[in-house]
Ligand binder design. Structure first.
Ligand code: AKG
Ligand code: FE2
Length: 554
């Protein structure tokens, strides 16, 4: 059915308005158009649609909950009258009734988050909507609303680092404290009520032996009785090993899973005329692209201050080329030359890409990041006339391509351990620079992809995916290039080092604060002036005992 509809849509004389969707509830329409407008960076227009989607999702949940005492429950009562239900006294019947009502109410979030005709709910439907809302509000300068929404995210995930950082940012931008600002009332009520129900359901599970499958990943561990925690964990592990045979998931499955955080599958291998390749959109919000672009810019400036000028590209004399590794980003952040937020986001995003790439191409076998590189290519002005070459000549990522025979030799100097490649684009405000896939002859173009913020092109790194980049003839094109490997020994060490480096300041600050507290207690008259940042940095380098190591790789 879905395929037929897609076929009709492609027919030349059919207009989009010829389709009238009688099934999709309006909140899905608002949700999709909100996401689409965000993708087109039309944040002002997206906001009312996103707000509508959230409010309508909440009312849908309400009406679903109201039905919980309706026909389903009546049917149960009839069965019991006929003697087909469970036996027991009045109290058991009351408890049974109430537990069934609560179980049904808890299912409403999942039901609401499941598109018509689909099998799986969009995970974390409400928190993700709130996340998009706070970012969008902040982007257009509605700081109070940004605060209310981010505070609402924190009701679901009080320890969410990104939300906590955003909250601090908004608070600083707002200036004086606004005592009246709190989480949204609708969300506060929702979370409070849901937690109350979960508490009762877990109690019944522990003491009355009833079952409850918690639909939410955000339920605090403290709500789950200790005696059940171990069992639930075991059940989960058993489920994935014993009962889920490896199988090819249908496209609709991916549509749902990838909709997590607004990710959509835009083109699959068939649409890209190849075997293992895909284009996914929505991996980054415009705000996140901005942070990573700023990181690339600050790192390049820091480089030029220390004598490193964006060098000529190794692939063409008509472009400049700047590359930043995760470790270099972390070191620059520690030295205060780039923002910590950008360096942390670089790590977080690379992990996001890895998770998706593994889920999509290699669900049965773990993939590891083997190299992560933030790369910008800039056209050199005045050198673009009659330019004939490419920004990146046609190649395959893990073998040496021989266009004459169409063979690809998986041997050094190729990076033979690379199994999957990912290019996550950050911008589109440049000329040229499209990625293209060719036949093994390196000449016949089979598919072409225009970079844009948050778009990931993922593909297997072998000879089945020869690719290149058209000349960048104006502006600066930035992308995060990532390679994944099945071989754990080729896992990117620098990723872990960067992570540690970025974590240390926080831990140190805590330690220092504790030390300071102790000191203060001993000598109350101590000079309160803060310690210069250089000392802190020095200590960390001493601790690791290693000189900073920077790797350059293409
Ligand atoms: O930036 C791109 O789109 C492609 C780059 C590439 O193919 C590579 O670095 O191997
Ligand atoms: Fe490549």
């Amino acid at each position: 059915m879905r395929e037929d509809i897609a076929k009709y849509r492609r027919m030349s004389k059919i207009q989009p308005q010829s389709f009238r969707d009688l099934e999709t509830p309006p909140y899905w329409a608002a949700y999709d158009s909100g996401l689409e407008l965000l993708g087109r960076q039309e944040t002002g227009l997206a906001l009312p649609r996103l707000e509508e989607a959230l409010q309508e999702s909440l009312s849908q949940i309400e009406s679903c909950r109201a039905d919980c005492e309706g026909p389903e429950e009546q049917q149960r009562e009839e069965e019991e009258e006929e003697g087909t239900g469970s036996k027991g006294g009045l109290y058991e019947a009351i408890a049974g009734h109430w537990i069934r009502v609560l179980q049904c109410r808890q299912r409403c979030v999942g039901d609401t988050a499941t598109r018509p005709g689909r099998m799986f709910p969009v995970p974390d439907f409400l928190p993700n909507q709130l996340k998009r809302l706070h970012e969008a509000h902040a982007q257009v300068g509605n700081l109070s609303q940004a605060m209310e929404n981010v505070l609402s995210v924190l009701l679901f995930y009080p320890e969410d680092e990104a939300a906590k950082e955003a909250l601090n940012r908004y608070q600083t931008q707002l200036g004086e404290p606004r005592p009246g600002l709190g989480p949204r009332e609708d969300i506060r009520r929702f979370v409070f009520r849901s937690l109350g129900e979960k508490r009762q359901l877990y109690y019944a599970m522990e003491h009355l032996g009833t079952s409850f499958k918690d639909p939410d990943p955000w339920t605090p561990a403290a709500f789950i009785p200790e005696t059940l925690r171990e069992k639930l964990r075991e059940d989960q592990e058993q489920r994935s090993w014993d009962h889920e045979p490896p199988q090819q998931k249908p496209l609709t499955y991916w549509k749902d899973v990838l909709l997590l955080e607004g990710v959509t599958l835009t083109q699959d291998a068939r649409q890209l005329n190849g075997s293992e390749r895909a284009v996914l959109d929505g991996l980054l919000t415009p705000a996140e692209c901005g942070v990573l672009l700023q990181l690339a810019k600050d790192a390049a400036e820091a480089g030029s201050r220390s004598g490193y000028r964006g060098r000529r590209s190794p692939h063409t004399p008509h472009e400049r080329f700047e590359g930043l590794t995760v470790l270099k980003a972390a070191q620059l952040a520690r030295a205060g030359a780039v923002g910590t937020q950008g360096a942390k986001l670089l790590l977080e995003v690379s992990e996001r890409v890895r998770t998706l790439t593994q889920a999509y191409f290699s669900p049965e076998r773990p993939l590891h990041l083997s190299f992560t590189h933030l790369v910008c290519r800039s056209a050199i002005e005045g050198e673009q006339e009659q330019r004939m070459d490419l920004s990146h000549p046609v190649h395959a990522d893990n073998c040496i391509l021989d266009p004459d025979t169409g063979e690809c030799w998986r041997e050094p100097p190729a990076y033979t351990y690379r199994d999957y490649s990912g290019l996550l684009y950050l911008n589109d405000d440049f000329q040229g620079g499209d990625l293209f896939f060719t036949e093994p002859n390196a000449l016949t173009v089979r598919a072409q992809v225009r970079p844009r913020c948050g778009r990931l092109v993922a593909f297997s790194s072998g000879g089945e995916n020869p690719h290149g980049v058209w000349a960048v003839t104006r502006g600066r094109r930035c992308a995060l290039a990532l390679w994944h490997t099945w071989a754990p020994e080729h896992r990117e060490q620098e990723w872990t080092e960067a992570k540690e480096l970025l974590q240390e300041p926080e831990e140190e600050e805590e330690e220092e604060e504790e030390e300071e507290e102790e000191e203060k207690e001993k000598q109350p008259s101590r000079d309160p002036s803060p310690e210069p940042p250089s000392r802190r940095l020095q200590r960390v380098q001493d601790k690791s005992g290693k000189p900073p190591r920077v790797r350059e790789e293409l």
